[in-house]
Design a protein around this ligand. Structure first.
Ligand code: SF4
Length: 64
């Protein structure tokens, strides 16, 4: 099953993924204890692709 993956080694913490696809709005991401985004819901949602394309460092992917 497809799942959403966030590569923390690439992430620069811009927050776009939480803004575009936050778990509070039915998306995938939220801020973790270190204030960097984490995947809270691994199942792709309708805004996951927006988050993938909106990440400036290509840290988000959907793995099959
Ligand atoms: S959009 Fe990309 S760089 Fe920005 S916080 Fe999310 S994963 Fe990190």
């Amino acid at each position: 099953m497809a799942k959403v993956v966030l590569d923390k080694t690439k992430c620069i913490g811009c927050g776009a993924c939480v803004a575009n696809c936050g778990v509070d709005n039915g998306g995938n991401f939220d801020f973790g204890d270190d204030n960097l985004p984490v995947v809270k819901n691994e199942t792709p949602t309708e805004n996951t692709q927006v988050a993938v394309e909106g990440c400036p460092v290509e840290a988000i992917s959907i793995e099959e």
